[in-house]
Write a protein that binds this ligand. Sequence first.
Ligand SMILES: [Zn+2]
Length: 237
Amino acid sequence: MGRIQKAYETRLRWLLAHVGARQLDKGVRWWLDQAQGLSQREHVSLNQALTRRFETLACKRPFAPVRLLASSERFLCDAGLGGLARWLRAAGYEALWQADIGDDELLRQARVQGATILTTDSMLMERRLVRDRLIPAFWLPPTLGIPEQLSLVFREFGLVLRAPRCMACGGCLRAVEKEALRDRIPPRTYRWLNDFFVCQRCDQLFWHGTHWQRIRDKLEQTARAESSIRNPGPPQT
Ligand SMILES: [Zn+2]
């Protein structure tokens, strides 16, 4: 069995158990059959079919509300998810990340910080503390790019867009008078913009330039799309 299939199977069993389903094996087999059928019919890889079938199923009743039980205010990204951590911070969430962090240290920090682990490592999902849900963790298929990772995390945890945090460290941003920072702001930027912010943790300076606007546009697009999946409008007639 492939790693991706195994990781989805673990999640599916957990979802089924949480809605009180008794025949977990039967449920898993049904989902596998569905994915295999889709893979053959539409000539997509089995992994893609597994992902699509899982996501369709998990968004439906009675599973959708269960997914939100795992809701978290603070995330701990594994070593490979530094890019996702930066985007989550821009969306207003605490997302801790450390390069080269080992599994044991990741688990220890998740416990100490009360954070939900985000990982692409299906082996980590098999660790006892994670399997028994003593430490909340969410697995992301390793094939996804950052925009898809972000969409999945928004959907899974029912996130909404908040006031941005520092993309470098996750600290809170404080609005500052631009006069006070004149020597730190490039002259052209100083002339054109009025809103400046300083990270209360690492002191990095931010402003709402075109780069920031592109990031915020992308985040708003993600938040809107995921919210419409969670709260579909009335059926069209
Ligand atoms: Zn910072």
